[in-house]
Design a protein around this ligand. Sequence first.
Ligand code: C2G
Length: 448
Amino acid sequence: MKTVITYGVFDLFHEGHVNLLRRAKALGDKLIVGVTSNEFTRQRGKLLLADSLDTRMSNVRNCPYVDEVILEDHYGQKLEDVQKYGADVFVAGDDWTGKFDFLTPWCEVVYLPRTPGISSSSLRNSRLPEIRFGVIGNGRIAKRFLKEAKTVRGGVRFRYVYNPNYESAKRFAEGYEKLTAVEDLEEFFRSVDAVYIASPHETHYGYAKAALLHGKHTLCEKPLCFSQKEAEELFSLASENEAVLMEAVKTAYCPGFIKMISIARSGFIGDIVDVESCFTRLTEKGVREWEGEYKGSFTEFGSYTLLPVMKLLGTKDLDVRFESVLDEDGADLYTKAYLSVPGKMGLCKAGLGVKSDGHLLISGTKGYIFAPAPWWKTTRFELHYEDPNATETYESEFLGEGLRYELAEFVERIQGWHDSDYLYTKEETVTAAGIFERFLKYRSEQMR
Ligand code: C2G
């Protein structure tokens, strides 16, 4: 009996897949197919899948050429499976030619010609409604964002860029094939379905409000705004105008951070009592971070440091007080925000003018979680207990600059695949805005 094995994601199961499976089966007597898990698919760089794992596995199982379906969820598994199932032949499409030659000591490796003209990506793109995106502002973050956006499909098309300085927008657009600079803001809003706001802090609220009033889905760089009332108003506008509103706190959408928070909330280290987070980046004077009403360290990094504290202390009855070291212009070089709810406390440290270790430490009644710097790009975290031998380490991928994850989430919500904001809730955004409001008041009082 000759066993053949092959693997794939099999999203939107199509004729190309069936052809491959038919020819694979013809090479032996039994065909085993590994279907890639969602997490492993994401780890390999594909962020948006149209079908659930259940659907993808059933489609493969119902294909008449398939005898057995297994789950593929890690690197190295193909070699393990070839040995475990005694596979005689390994099959992949010829888009993979050469990639699996390392299996030849154990089995025959065959690359079959792909069926031309069809792929899961082209189906996803043609079935999903196109989302015409516009970006407001064309600074450093916009550039990084557009680079990352290329990895997120799901109908996303970045088409327009707006900047009150039209010449600057035009120069920016020249660097991209299909991006057009628009001079008039009204025309910009009329041309798009969704906007990404990447302009200076003080303009976020105004642009977000205008975008939502035009019924446009809005992804706004952090901080969304600097008062609780404004944040509440923006969310009301979003719901009245049936638009998705998300604050782009990238860490909230990254797989490693999501896993760490879920583990912390699942009782692994007992009850959470203390959360300490720190983000510093020494920054020379003369750039945006040191200018304007919202300059300084806490407004720059507070959105990150507040995130794990709000996730683990909650937002209800959250008390906060601050200590800052200010420069002669009233910008905070360094800020500590002390947060508390009954029985729990948190500390957020932010520095543009002071360097500290950017780790996250979550302390509980049975142990603690430690994520080393840069914890906001969570790739690794450790669980420690009284018994030093019981330490556990968790790892997760963090692809590129990590901005792709927030965009993928935004796109999933726009496409209506789900409507939950659990990764970064409205309450969390509103609470953070309220904390910034209190901070600005504290800081101006210090200057008197
Ligand atoms: N395929 C094909 N013709 C197409 C499209 C896909 O023959 N028009 C083949 C692919 O080459 C692959 C299989 O169908 O062998 C599954 O394709 P995908 O679902 O796109 O999965 P992929 O990302 O290629 O993962 O072992 C390799 C990977 O695990 C396969």
